[in-house]
Ligand binder design. Structure first.
Ligand code: SF4
Length: 59
């Protein structure tokens, strides 16, 4: 599953939950991802701000 940076995953539902959680369809990268406050902040808004900043600074 490839998607451009910043694009919403097609498997997120309306409540921002993964629709394929616990299935073989879920990419290994997702299962291996360990959220850290440095990148994810305290909530979705902070995560988007941090990741947007990181993307623009590493472009
Ligand atoms: S865990 Fe992976 S597949 Fe599921 S919604 Fe998040 S990015 Fe998409």
């Amino acid at each position: 599953m490839n998607k451009p940076a910043g694009e919403r995953c097609k498997y997120l539902d309306q409540q921002n939950r993964c629709e394929i959680f616990g299935t073989d369809l879920r990419p290994k990268a997702c299962a291996n991802f360990a959220p850290e406050e440095e990148f994810c902040g305290q909530n979705r808004e902070e995560a988007l701000q941090i990741l947007t900043l990181l993307e623009s600074s590493t472009h």
